[in-house]
Design a protein around this ligand. Structure first.
Ligand SMILES: [Zn+2]
Length: 421
């Protein structure tokens, strides 16, 4: 089998791994890196795949699909909820590009082509290819419809984790273990060097920090990814009695509507439906202005502050001198505005760098497995070879080292690497 790493190797973002076995070439994910300007996978340097297996809807896994399909007509295989979610995220990407007067890297016709080539598959159902190889999707516990891809070929079996969560959250059960024989594991490594805090303690700490901020007459802005994190935080706030004066803004409102359409993919759909129904949905600029008040909690996209209404709120708080705390709830990719705010306390607004005068905190509400979880998952799969992708260099280095100590043949490839197994 030949592995060609086209994106997301040695970095977080633009995941794309091409696996060639016999006559068949399967592409695992086809994402973008959401930095300014976007970075794309190195697909032009690769042989054309016969099909794409899409792990989940997040843009760092799906975002390049419409551009890729401009020059290819191949099926894209994923779970049922993933496709409407991808469509929503890509339409939003187009909208943001138009607002920022940039030419989007794909057109509406490309989006329609993606719809036409989408092949939805339930978890555990086999998809057979013409050469007798097959794939199966397994629950990854990361977001709605997220999947690990098990690819069975005559030359060996591959398990591609996509993004993986091995702990139980408000919304999802943990990732399932693969019961098949795995020869090559391609694992995400986002938190390969880290341990997550205990989830219940984290929720308490988060709830307490919000209560404290509101008591001190602050507003609280919670930038969150539209898909996954927003829904999780809604449930957390509801569980801790903090759903009064709660505002939800951005694409997360539409994403939540889609989530409600797939109740069987949630741990407790009723709980989420209740939490979502209690929040005020912000639908206009005037409502956004009204939401900017001390005592209000605002849950807004984008999670890494790369565009979206969260940036409008930051602008308003600064302009109107409304005291606000920012509680980041997800991984902040290097080079994003969120990472700079967290590390340097500064924010880029309209081409100018401004100092953020109030508190910024990070709460590790990760939807990714930590080091222990990744190791446990790898041990269950017990592969001959492990490729570590989707991680910052220091996370990858530690994880590879750990896997080797445990007796695995592990390696962190770089983008462009071609490796025969
Ligand atoms: Zn993801």
């Amino acid at each position: 089998m030949n592995f060609h790493f086209l994106g997301g190797a040695g970095e977080v973002g633009r995941n794309a791994v091409l696996v060639e076995s016999g006559d068949l070439r399967l592409l695992f994910d086809c994402g973008i890196k959401a930095v300014t300007p976007y970075e794309f996978p190195l697909l032009k340097e690769a042989k054309r795949p016969h099909a794409v297996a899409l792990s989940h809807a997040h843009l760092d896994h799906s975002g390049y699909l419409p551009a890729f399909l401009q020059h290819a007509s191949v099926p894209v295989i994923s779970t049922f909820p993933t496709f409407p979610l991808v469509q929503l995220l890509l339409e939003d990407t187009q909208k943001i590009a138009e607002q920022e007067r940039r030419t989007p890297y794909f057109s509406s016709a490309d989006l329609r082509k993606l719809q036409k080539h989408s092949r939805a598959l339930p978890y555990h159902q086999e998809h057979l290819f013409h050469d007798g190889s097959s794939l199966k999707l397994l629950d990854a516990g990361h977001i709605l419809g997220s999947a690990q891809v098990f690819y069975e070929t005559k030359e060996g079996n591959v398990l591609y984790t996509g993004d993986l969560n091995t702990t139980s959250t408000q919304l999802h059960a943990p990732a399932e273990a693969c019961k098949e024989n795995v020869d090559v594991l391609v694992t995400e490594s986002t938190y390969g060097n880290s341990e997550h805090p205990n989830r219940q303690q984290l929720e308490k700490k988060f709830g307490y920090a919000i209560e404290e901020a509101l008591a001190d007459d602050f507003a609280v802005l919670i930038p969150a990814f539209a898909l996954g994190r927003t829904q999780e935080i809604l449930c957390v706030l509801q569980a801790h009695g903090l759903s009064n004066n709660l505002f939800v803004d951005g694409m997360s409102v539409k994403a939540s509507d889609i989530v409600l359409n797939f109740p069987s993919y949630l741990k407790d759909a009723q709980k989420f439906a209740e939490a979502f129904s209690r929040a005020h949905k912000v639908e206009s600029a005037a409502e956004r202005k009204g939401a900017c008040k001390p005592g209000h909690v605002i849950l807004a996209t984008a999670g890494m502050l790369e565009g979206g209404p969260s940036m409008s709120y930051i602008q308003q708080f600064l302009k109107r001198g409304i005291k606000a705390k920012i509680f980041l709830t997800g991984f902040q990719v290097r080079g994003t505005k969120g990472r700079r705010l967290l590390e340097e306390g500064i924010i880029r607004l309209n081409g100018k760098t401004e100092k953020w005068p109030w508190e910024v905190r990070f709460f590790d509400f990760s939807a990714h497995a930590d080091q222990k979880g990744l190791l446990r998952h790898a041990k269950k799969a017990n592969p001959e070879k492990i490729f570590c992708v989707h991680g910052d260099p220091e996370q990858l280095k530690t994880l590879v080292h750990l896997f080797r100590e445990e007796g695995f043949d592990a390696y962190a490839p770089q983008n462009g690497d071609k490796i025969t197994v």
